[in-house]
Design a protein around this ligand. Sequence first.
Ligand SMILES: Cc1cc2nc3c(=O)[nH]c(=O)nc-3n(C[C@H](O)[C@H](O)[C@H](O)COP(=O)(O)O)c2cc1C
Length: 368
Amino acid sequence: MNTNSLFSPFQLKSLNIKNRLVMAPMTRSFSPDGVPTPEVAAYYRKRAEGEVGLILSEGTVIDRPSSSNDKDVPHFYGNQALAGWQNVINNVHSAGGAMGPQIWHMGIMDNHASGWTPAEPFEGPSGTNRPDNNNGKTMTESDIADTIAAFGRAAADAKRLGFDCVEIHGAHGYLIDQFFWEGTNERTDIYGGKNLPERSRFALEVIKEVRKQVGDDFAVIIRLSQFKPSAYDTKIAHTPQELEAWINPMAEAGIDIFHCSQRRFWEPEFEGSDLNFAGWAKKVSGKATITVGSVGLSGDFFGAFAGESSQPSSLDELVRRMDRGDFDLVAVGRPLLSDPFWVQKIREQRTNELKGFSKEALAQLIID
Ligand SMILES: Cc1cc2nc3c(=O)[nH]c(=O)nc-3n(C[C@H](O)[C@H](O)[C@H](O)COP(=O)(O)O)c2cc1C
């Protein structure tokens, strides 16, 4: 298999990466009280040594009292946590890698299995994280303004610490997505509305603030998904026209790259074309896009949370789409949990050494 197109360099504003392979953001919960440890830095450094072009960090939460439901998810605020992240990026850079933090507010959450809860109730557009499941409070306009400012501070800190880009987490049913989705946004003020462009106002204000804080030359990515973990088959944009009306205002507000989260990258997004989510996003916006979803694996990541293993699978279909110019970058999740050298093995065609994924990889940070 000729994988050359995966190994050409990519440059966009502050991003200079040696290949098209991106480590997908993956929550690990190994940062006690929100502070990334030297082991976390070693874990990311090892993926840079393994030739990952761009590392996107696990979701790291912004400075709001209830932005997280897990005490060991890293913070992206406060001196101690930011010093931990400084160590992470220094390690990644010294191993020749590039990295951006995925900045995150979880919004309304279910309580974590550990029993830990934040000091204040979860907050979201309407108190629910899925229809009829209320587990928090409806944000006031002042909560919203403070949250937008906190996203901006996190982005400014990412740039100040020397990260190469920043990714805003707008996917998977968390806060920003709770505003997008009619199933969780019942507001009647300017942050609600009957159509997706109206419900995008919160995201657009976050993006504008982030852009204002980082300036024109720093690459800003947003991660979006059509699905929610509570509603796998949901689409929030049902047609290419709705997709365009959803994402083009985000491009105008300052997004450089759309990271289009799918469970299986080969699935067409709309009828009548085999283009996937990232393919359509690139087509309607003209912006760079990242695809993701079961690259090199036989099963998808919801299966992983249920304890299922996945075997290595062919990259032919991925390369066919990449060569056709459907997307610019390819994110890989689970294979990089088990194997820091997955990218290097692909480049060197050592396919018989690929490991796949098994649930043991979730229980620890695999560094060797
Ligand atoms: C353990 C684990 C944690 C994840 N945490 C996040 C996260 O913090 N932010 C996010 O946007 N996606 C998260 N995801 C989704 C991945 O980024 C990725 O989209 C998904 O695993 C599909 O890619 P894969 O099939 O290559 O694993 C997580 C996935 C896994 C397996």
